[in-house]
Structures are given as C-alpha cells and as structure tokens.
Design a protein around this ligand. Structure first.
Ligand code: FAD
Length: 496
C-alpha cells in the first residue's frame, strides 16, 4: 500500500543524488532522498575526497622531507598520522553535507526534503519500495532519479579480502604502510595510488601495465613524464605485462606475470591493490521490473539523462558517461531541470575538465592530441615547456608543459588542453569555458593574465598559434612547439 507521495524520489545520496535533491528544492518540489549507506557516496568515502586528501598529505610529506634532507634533517611520518589527516577531511565534508541536509529538513520555509536511510527498489509504475532497519514502505513519486553509482571491478580469479588484497573500497583501512604493494591497473586511479604510496617513500610499489605505457588514453609526452617521475620515486612499472595469477600465500601476495615477449615472472609482495575500473550498481534495484533498459556493457541507457521510461532518469556512475564527481553532479542537476524546469539544451560533454592527481598534477579538458588525430581532420597544436613560464621558474618546479589544441580554422576553435606541472589545474576553467562557448583563442591571447602565474603558459600557447608569442618556437625549438597536423604529418607553423 502506498503510504507517502513525493514529486521526486532519488535513489542514492552520492554526488549525483545530493546535487539533484538540492536542485529540486529550488523548484519547490517535495523530494525523498534514499541512501542505503553514507550520504556523499564515493565522492567522499573511499573515493574522490578521501583519496585526494591522502594525495595532498603524501605530497606535503615528500616536499618537506626533501627540503629538510637538504639541511641534513631527517623527517618521518607514521601511517596513523596520514590516516588521521584523511579522516579529518572526510569528517569535515561529511559533517557539512549532513548538517546542511538536517537544517534544510528542519527549516520552517523548506519542508521539502526527506532523507531516508534505507535501500530503495523500483517496483514499476511510479512506485518505489524503501526498506529501512525496522520498517518497509512503498511510496509514489511523480519523477524518479536513479543515482546508485558504481563499485570497484574485481578479477574473477582473485578474491579481494580488503586485508591483503585490496580495492579502492578498502585501501584506506590499511593499518600501516605496507613494505611492498603491487597495483593491478595503470589507469588514473592506479597511477594516483602509485603516486601516493611512492611519495611516502615507505612502500616499494609495483605497477602492472598491460600496455607499453601507463595512461594509454593520454598523449605519450604526458604519460612519459608521469612514468619517469614514478620510476624516479622507486616505482617499478611492469610494462606489456598480463596478470596470470595473483593469490595469497602464507599471508603475503604471490603474483605471476606473462609479458608480450613471452617472458614469465613470479613476484612476492606484502599487499595488492586491484584498480581495474568500476562497475555500475544496477543489480537488485528493480530496473527490469520498471522497464529501464541497460546498454550492452550493463550501464543504464540514457538519452540526456532520461531512461527508456519517461519519468525515470539516471545520473552519475550508473550511466556510461565519464565517471567523475563534477559530471555526476551536473547530470543530477540537469535531470531535475528537465523534470521540473523550462526546456533546456542537452548536456554537452566535450568540455569536461578533470584533474589527475599524479606527480606532477595533470589537468585535462576536451580533446588530447591522440583524440584529435583520431578524427582524421587537420588541427593545430601549441606546446610550451614549464621552463619558459616565469612562475614555474620562481617555484623551481619546471617539470611539465601546456599543450593547446585548436581547429585548423580561422577562429582556431578550441578543441582541448593538457597541462602537466605545478598548479596545472589553474588554467583549466578558461579553456573549458572557451570550448563550452565554441570559441576560438583570440580573447585568450589578448587577455591580461596575472604575472607571474602558471596561466601565462596557456596564453603563450594561444599567442604562438596566433603568430605573436613572446618566445619564438623557431628559436627555442626544444621548449616550444607549434604545428599544424594534417594527413599524419606535423608541419611547424613557421614553415607554412
Ligand atoms: C578512488 C577514487 C578516486 C576518485 N577520484 C575522483 C576525483 O579526483 N575527481 C572526480 O571528479 N571523481 C573521482 N572519482 C569518481 C567519483 O567518486 C564518482 O564518479 C562519483 O562519486 C559518482 O557519483 P554517483 O552519485 O554517481 O555515485 P556514488 O558516489 O557511487 O554514490 C551512489 C550512492 O548510492 C547509494 N546506493 C546504491 N544503491 C542504493 C539503493 N538501492 N538504495 C539507496 N542507496 C543506494 C550508495 O550507497 C552511494 O552512496 C573517484 C573515485 C574513486 C573510487
């Protein structure tokens, strides 16, 4: 029997669900937000915020240790201290999200939102079943948003016990820095954890990479800086290696690799971390009963956040779009506007910005060079080494570059940017905005950037493409590159 009625029921209180709930309040709608575990989801716990806090702590430790070493002073950290830093960050954000929600629920002018701690299942039509500890109810919602997120992918032959063999769900519950750690998977998350553990310098890290280079979806020049820095930090990268076996033997990890050249190797480490992607949480939530279709990979099929059922929407990691907090929040908010607001333009994904927390940090927006090449259309590229950016020189951190990629047209419409280096992410929003507005680089070239700032690097790229840079690429050939790419050939702009 239906006991309650809402304008909107949201299943899942991660970044997608939380952001959607807040947007629905703006429209004066009654919302039931159902969360079975912790409000914040992987945006907070064992995910985006916790891992970034771990990364920041490892970075600060590595920098301080290196500075003090120059003065002959030893510096150390215990795992407990690092864990406390992460816990404090997670607690602060968790507290904030919950207090905000609680106060909203109590506010006299806003009795719109209800949070239910329970598990929700679609029953078909507009009905949702909510199972709480001691209670079960069926509610009616005019609109429904499914935002149940994702979970780590496991290997069928490897049992992750979260004590010796971990996934990202358990790695933060370690009790001490392991002596040695093998990370299976050299994607962004795997490389982030390799960076974190090698920064602390207490763990011998091994990274298993199926391909001949890490971060295969990024350009070679960028991936090679990250790989070099990881190796300098003591990480062993097993390139062209497939994991034939990984198991626990005598309380430790034994793993066997086969290489593309036929070699085999058996290694022993204290702990292992599986970082081989994530799977959408689509099981046992009644998608079939409600008639919601999935794609061939098991993600909920959506058209601009709407599923195959007109009043059921989906947002965040449960859909096949890129799995990021900013995307999940944006999709959740967009779905709500589609439900209750005036007509809106479909979401555009080509200007998604992301930061990869590596050594050094990487900022990405839009296409990289290999994406641009895959289109088989000419484009232009400008690249500047960090050693030509005054702020990087001032910081004594000249490892990195900016690369700006534009259409080969009059406007030089921006296609994408990659930046790797200290403060790399500071230039990302200006470029994302240009992509969003489908604009060229003329404004960027003419803007008055603060000095000294890292963002001057992206401006100098724009000026190179416009033929009016301060440093000339024909002179500093090793530090500046500016070329037109067409039919597989890169031609320097000065030769055109
Ligand atoms: C280690 C790691 C690092 C990351 N780093 C970054 C980063 O730096 N930047 C970035 O942008 N992204 C990062 N991400 C990705 C980001 O965390 C996710 O893309 C984001 O959390 C997805 O949000 P979501 O709301 O779709 O799902 P989730 O965050 O997974 O939340 C889904 C929620 O739904 C709940 N739920 C599931 N089923 C039910 C049910 N039946 N009933 C009620 N509730 C249910 C879950 O308990 C969960 O709380 C990282 C992820 C990981 C794992």
């Amino acid at each position: 029997m239906i006991t309650e009625k809402y304008d909107l029921c949201i299943i899942g209180g991660g970044p997608a669900g939380y952001a959607a709930a807040m947007r629905a309040i703006d429209f004066g709608k009654t919302v039931l937000l159902v969360e079975k575990d912790k409000v914040g989801g992987a945006g907070l716990f064992n995910g985006a915020l916790s891992s970034k806090s771990f990364w920041e702590c490892s970075n600060r430790f590595a920098a301080t240790k290196s500075d003090l070493k120059e003065k002959g002073i030893a510096y150390d950290i215990h795992f407990e201290e690092a864990r406390k830093v992460v816990e404090a960050a997670v607690f602060e954000r968790k507290f904030q999200l919950n207090v905000h929600l609680n106060l909203l629920q109590r506010a006299t002018h806003c009795k719109l939102i209800t949070l239910d701690k329970g598990t929700a299942t679609l029953l078909g039509d507009h009905r949702v079943k909510v199972v709480k500890k001691k209670q079960e109810k069926i509610i009616h919602a005019e609109q429904i948003l499914v935002a149940t997120g994702s979970r780590p992918r496991h290997l069928p032959s490897v049992a992750a016990d979260e004590k010796i063999i971990f996934t990202s769900d358990g790695i933060e519950s370690l009790e001490d820095f392991p002596e040695s750690l093998v990370i299976v998977g050299a994607g962004v998350i795997g490389c982030e954890y390799a960076t974190i553990f090698s920064n602390f310098g207490k763990t011998k890290v091994y990274l298993i990479d199926k391909a001949d280079r890490i971060l295969p979806f990024e350009d070679e020049d960028l991936a090679s800086i990250v790989a070099t820095n990881l190796e300098k930090n003591g990480v062993t990268i097993h390139r062209n290696a497939s994991l034939a076996r990984l198991e626990i033997k005598d309380g430790k990890v034994e793993y066997e690799l086969t290489y593309t050249d036929g070699r085999k190797e058996i290694l022993h480490v204290e702990k292992a971390l599986l970082s081989i992607g994530r799977l959408p949480n689509t099981g046992n939530i009644g998608l079939e009963e409600a008639g919601v279709c999935k794609d061939e990979r098991g993600y909920v099929k959506v058209e601009d956040t709407r599923t195959s059922v007109p009043f059921i929407y989906a947002a965040g990691d449960i859909t096949a779009n890129i799995a990021l907090v900013n995307v999940a929040e944006r999709e959740g908010r967009h779905a709500v506007v589609k439900m209750f607001g005036p007509p809106v333009k479909p979401l555009v994904y080509r200007n998604i910005s992301t930061i990869m927390f590596l050594n050094p940090e990487v900022a990405a927006v839009g296409m990289n060079e290999q994406d641009a090449r895959a289109r088989n259309k000419p484009f232009r590229v400008a690249k500047i080494d960090y050693s030509c950016i005054p702020r990087a020189i001032a910081m004594r951190k000249t490892n990195g570059f900016f690369k700006l990629i534009v259409e080969d047209d009059e406007e030089m419409t921006v296609l994408g940017m990659r930046a790797i280096g200290e403060h790399a992410s500071s230039a990302i929003q200006a470029v994302a905005l240009l992509i969003h507005m489908n604009k060229g680089i003329h404004e960027l070239g003419n803007m008055m950037h603060p000095h000294p700032s890292i963002t001057e690097g992206v401006q100098e790229c724009a000026r190179m493409l416009l033929g009016k840079s301060i440093y000339k690429s024909s002179i500093f050939k090793d530090k500046l590159k500016c070329y037109r790419w067409a039919d597989g050939v890169a031609t320097p702009l000065e030769d055109l």
